[in-house]
Design a protein around this ligand. Structure first.
Ligand SMILES: [Zn+2]
Length: 613
């Protein structure tokens, strides 16, 4: 299971974790009765269907079926393996994992070592920036851009001196090989062997992951010109730095974003830093204008509204549109701030003050409105070609609006701009959509996928599992009366088997514990649903016992019926072959006995309890 981590230790970590607090670090949760609800970080949605049951320490999404305990949540959220998630939460809860294998799998060990090396490098660069003559020029550059030392330190800024071996030599003194620097993306291979510092004479912007670890670096050249290479150079992909999955500044902005439910997205490092220093702290940089689905998801998990504050020049580019479309598709409310021509947030704040930037942000327009505005700016009603291009762009914009009322509003504006009837625009839009639908329908695929993810379970077995997970008494009754093999639904049978096994070992066997014994997410769903089923909570004891007995009976009857059917089939076979032997006689007797028994037994749902499934 968890590579040598004892089950008791895992139990202890789980008990010490606060599910709502943990989830709250990633998304906004609101209390609703026994539950906490929020927008699901694992699928795109606009109304919250992600629930946390603090009492049971479980989460469940009614939208996509994502479910599980603290470990599953952190695994999905941080993309970790089970042992990695256990170790992460062990550190957070102060539980020590004993034993020689505590350092984890080879992969996670490597990642931890790279994080450590990155931290070492970040400290080296920071020291060169503030405490070393070599960094004077870079420090002066920062001050000139209005970034003071205090802010620089908050963002862990640094300077990579010129020269080929500064970091390599420093690391070697600490016993770190240049091969490892190469693996971490801090050195580049030299033709014919050996390597050299990747970053030279550059201002360094460490890029942190959401957990506050240095995942990679961005570096700006101090000297312009061919010899210095590109103006901005980033870390290459490494085991801890996957491009397009980070948002610069998110580690610092997270708290502010969650509180304000809004994130401002800029293009550059200095936009984030300058805004932060000016007191606007819910700002991140996308490190490129084309947002990726991973970034969209990341933002969705933190904010309801995303305001794009790109440089005026890049806001109109097609890569930007694609990115914004991705963002909208991930369920974010997207608005675009209209920055003055030729300016970026950094320059705007420095030249005209934070208030001016805030004003621009406050006046941000919904994505569709902004797109229409850009289209109008380039539209010449006198030119037939321009009219067609406008219509094409406008239809594309309209198609991207899923809210019909909103679409109607913009459709009116498009018709007005073109001086044609609304009906004409609507017909054209419908024709396009028809054409699109006849192609591959993405939505249908998604629906099918959801169906596959749901495992069918018989109502009685499901209710019984629920009762077992909610009451010790019910659990005891079931284990006395039935065997795991009596459960027909394979996943339920596996869960019951595991409950039995844990009980025999004297370990807790609640929903939170059980989940860790299964890899299959569908089973996580069954366990979570069973443990948190609201209709079965707080049952009066007598009713609980009655329901349990009824379900046990029903399962027994189902079992008898199955055996009966089997005998029937054999008897038919024998009848065909005219084999009226002793075996046939025995089968027939048994058949009659069971029929009497079934007739005599009270009907399973006769207790008046309404069983639901
Ligand atoms: Zn979901």
């Amino acid at each position: 299971m968890a590579q040598g981590i004892p089950g008791q230790i895992i139990d202890e970590i789980r008990q010490r974790c606060d599910m709502a607090g943990l989830v709250g670090q990633y998304l906004a949760l609101e209390k609703r009765g026994k539950y906490m609800v929020g927008l699901c970080p694992f699928h795109n949605e606009k109304t919250p269907s992600f629930t946390v049951t603090p009492e049971k320490q479980l989460f469940y999404c009614f939208g996509c079926g994502a479910s599980g305990n603290v470990f599953n949540f952190i695994m999905r959220m941080e993309n970790l393996t089970f042992p990695e998630a256990v170790r992460l939460l062990a550190r957070q809860t102060g539980v020590t994992i004993p034993g020689p294998r505590a350092a984890g799998s080879k992969d996670s060990r490597l990642r931890e070592r790279i994080y450590d090396l990155n931290l070492l490098a970040a400290r080296f660069y920071a020291d060169r920036l503030w405490n070393n003559p070599a960094g004077k020029k870079a420090a002066a550059y920062l001050l000139e851009r209005g970034i003071n030392k205090e802010t620089g330190e908050i963002f862990s800024l640094g300077y990579a001196p010129s020269g080929w071996q500064n970091l390599i030599n420093y690391a070697q003194e600490k016993g770190i090989s240049s091969d490892f620097l190469l693996q971490a993306g801090l050195a580049s291979p030299r033709q014919g062997g050996g390597c050299y510092d990747r970053f030279r004479d550059r201002l360094i912007f460490p890029i942190f992951n959401i957990g506050g670890k240095v995942a990679g670096f961005g570096a700006r050249a101090m000297e312009a010109g061919e010899k210095s290479g590109p103006k901005y150079l980033n870390s290459p992909e490494t085991p801890v730095f996957e491009k397009g999955t980070f948002l610069y500044g998110l580690n610092l902005a997270r708290e502010h974003i969650r509180r304000m439910k809004t994130v401002i997205v800029t293009e550059g490092y200095t936009d984030v830093i300058t805004a932060y220093q000016a007191g606007i702290k819910n700002v991140v940089a996308s490190l490129g204008t084309a947002l990726t689905p991973a970034q969209g998801k990341l933002m969705r998990s933190q904010a309801e509204k995303v305001i794009i504050a790109y440089d005026a020049d890049s806001a109109g580019e097609s890569a930007t549109w694609r990115g914004l479309k991705i963002l909208q598709d991930s369920g974010c409310l997207v608005e675009v701030a209209d920055l003055p021509e030729g300016s970026d947030p950094d320059g705007l704040i420095r030249q005209r003050g934070a208030a001016c930037f805030e004003e621009t942000i406050a006046q941000a327009r919904p994505l569709a409105g902004y797109r229409l505005e850009i289209l109008k700016r380039n539209y010449d009603p006198a030119s037939e070609e321009s009219r067609l291009r406008f219509l094409e762009g406008a239809l594309l914009m309209l198609r991207d609006i899923s809210n019909l009322v909103e679409r109607d509003i913009y459709l009116k504006q498009v018709a007005e701009a073109l001086a044609v009837s609304e009906g004409a625009v609507r017909r054209e839009l419908m024709r396009q959509q028809k054409r699109q639908r006849s192609g591959s329908d993405h939505n249908l695929l998604v629906k099918d996928q959801t169906k596959i993810n749901q495992v069918k379970t018989s109502p009685a077995e499901k209710i019984l599992l629920s009762l077992m997970l909610q009451s010790e008494e019910a659990s005891g009754m079931v284990l006395d009366a039935l065997e795991p093999g009596d459960f027909q639904e394979e996943p339920v049978r596996q869960v019951v088997e595991t409950i039995l096994k844990l009980k025999n070992e004297g370990r807790p066997a609640g929903g939170g514990e059980l989940i860790d014994h299964f890899m299959d997410e569908r089973i996580h769903g069954i366990i979570t649903a069973a443990t948190t089923d609201p209709s079965l909570q707080g049952l009066e004891p007598g009713k609980l016992v009655r329901m349990t007995r009824d379900c046990i009976e029903r399962i027994n009857r189902e079992k008898l019926a199955r055996q009966q059917e089997l005998r029937q089939r054999v008897l038919k076979e024998k009848d065909k072959k005219k084999q009226y032997d002793d075996h046939a006689k025995k089968l027939l007797q048994e058949q009659l006995r069971v029929i009497k028994l079934l007739k005599g037994a009270p009907h399973c749902s006769g207790g008046g309890e309404k069983l639901h499934g």
